[in-house]
Design a protein around this ligand. Structure first.
Ligand SMILES: NC(=O)c1ccc[n+]([C@@H]2O[C@H](COP(=O)([O-])OP(=O)(O)OC[C@H]3O[C@@H](n4cnc5c(N)ncnc54)[C@H](OP(=O)(O)O)[C@@H]3O)[C@@H](O)[C@H]2O)c1
Length: 168
């Protein structure tokens, strides 16, 4: 199982404004949707799920969605499963016979995976914005990951995608 962190970010490492809104380009959404269609499943935090559930899954090809939450979840929703830990999320993706999974935020869930060194690869779509404040890609901590650069490609006129492997 390859675990991929895939996020859109400002040039200074914010993934959303303080009010949770994001200004990402159609080209970025298209690049993200293309990757989701290849991988087939995504892992997201409960807050991101609440933001995406009304229409955004359609936009990315209706992947299998694994949501991380600390609450007991009684709802049954087609194509969505609720779990409590990153390990449980990865186990479900494996049981579904996916060979890759994508962690798509937000900051809290990224930190859970990062602290346990669970990322194998990182894709960042860097959008042409600087935010003075907002939701950070990585929460402040003592974390250090060493990466090797795999590819950089332009997305549309104003953005680029950078792909790293995480050295272990
Ligand atoms: N730029 C991008 O590509 C991108 C992508 C996705 C999201 N975002 C942004 O990210 C922001 C949301 O990020 P966020 O950090 O606020 O929320 P999040 O990571 O999406 O979800 C947080 C939720 O995870 C659950 N959780 C927290 N700690 C946990 C633990 N130790 N174990 C299990 N579950 C735990 C809790 O759910 P319960 O409360 O249900 O227990 C918590 O409310 C939004 O602004 C969104 O727009 C940006």
């Amino acid at each position: 199982m390859k675990t991929i962190l895939y996020m859109a970010t400002t040039v200074n490492g914010y993934i959303a404004r303080p009010d949770d809104s994001t200004p990402w380009s159609d080209e970025e959404w298209n690049a993200y949707a293309e990757m989701v269609k290849r991988v087939g499943n995504i892992i997201i935090g409960r807050k991101t799920y609440e933001i995406m559930k009304d229409g955004e899954f359609d936009r990315i090809g209706n992947p299998f969605v694994i949501v991380i939450t600390q609450q007991k979840e009684n709802e049954t929703i087609p194509n969505v499963v609720f779990v409590k830990t990153p390990e449980e999320a990865l186990k479900i993706a494996e049981e579904k016979e996916y060979t890759e999974t994508m962690v798509n935020g937000g900051s809290t869930i990224i930190d859970l995976f990062a602290q346990k060194k669970l990322f194998d690869e990182i894709y960042l779509d860097v959008e042409p914005f600087v935010f003075g404040n907002g939701k950070p890609l990585f929460l402040p901590s003592n974390l250090e990951l060493q990466l090797s650069l795999e590819e950089i490609k332009k997305i549309g006129n104003n953005s680029f995608q950078v792909h790293y492997k995480v050295l272990k």
